[in-house]
Design a binder for this molecule. Sequence first.
Ligand SMILES: Nc1ncnc2c1ncn2[C@@H]1O[C@H](COP(=O)(O)OP(=O)(O)OP(=O)(O)O)[C@@H](O)[C@H]1O
Length: 360
Amino acid sequence: MSTTGNLFEDTSEQSEKNPTSVQPMIELRGLSKTYQSESGRVVDALVDVNLEIQRGEIHGIVGQSGAGKSTLIRCLTTLESPTSGEVIVNGEDLSRLGQSALRRARRNIGMVFQHANLLDARTVEQNIAYPLRLNGTPAAETKARVAELLEFVGLTERANSYPSELSGGQKQRVGIARALADRPPVVLCDEPTSALDSETTGQILHLLSDLREQFGVTVVIITHEMSVVREICDSVTLLEDGKVATTGPLEELVKDVTSRLTCDLVPFPAISARDVTHDAHGNENALLDVRFTSSPGKPTGSAVMTLASSLSGDLAAGTFETLGRTQVGRLALTVPRSQVKAALAAFHSHNIFAEEVPVV
Ligand SMILES: Nc1ncnc2c1ncn2[C@@H]1O[C@H](COP(=O)(O)OP(=O)(O)OP(=O)(O)O)[C@@H](O)[C@H]1O
């Protein structure tokens, strides 16, 4: 895959000249959305949501089914009007714009969908050109832009193919190229990899990452896949029951090893119960969940291991994830049952999270 020309305007020069460029790219202020069904049932889908997404960031929005993720996307893309609050994209409050200003503001957001949503009767080239045709871009300009985008997503050879002739990953590349056609400063991706296998997922995430690295585009990814957050997000928002449970830079949020977000991102390692319950001499063991973080200048892993070994602990399994500048360690540690209390007290006295977990 290679890139050509100036696909996007140079935002660095703009930042020097334009003070609004230090504003977040997306700001939600007191955003609420209440639905009332025909039967009269009232659902608070979003409740006083406040969050900021900085320019050039890759931001993940996660949450269980029903948490409000789709409603949030629909408010961002103005498919839905908020019940109250502000949706500010690139400095403009979308709820205050008239129809023609809104049409222009919508062009600030390119959409990438879970199943690419391509037009089956049109070729790859025609699909990518579609938004440009709709907004009246001259034919020669459209042709040049489509050629640039085909090269960027590595599909120049497939320009005349139809969607039915493409793999899932290739369709998603076309979807990404189409989202970029109008040079939006924001690309909003709704579950972009959940229909793809792990290798293709890696390629698509790499492409989204490239987009940010090379052109400073702000990428927002709605996903239920924690692996997506681990691999490319700089910052994340966890929605729970329509409310922001937590939001901020990933490397800061994961320092709270007790949080739901950290536990979802770095789950307890999978182990076999048989390997845990007794040691080689037949003595009963207990299983501890030990969690800690390390960062440059503050290494913790070797201190934890030294402490574990002084407590006759044995490492059954361990997970280490590097998220930005923070490394999160999560260990499945066995200790003799007679030592559990002492082991927990020792970890806690060193400010290291540890708790006994049932062996199942
Ligand atoms: N048009 C609607 N009318 C009534 N209730 C709605 C409507 N759209 C969504 N809801 C309700 O709002 C809440 C949030 O729904 P939403 O679709 O935003 O969640 P989600 O996090 O996207 O879930 P999923 O991951 O399953 O897509 C849910 O309780 C849902 O039933």
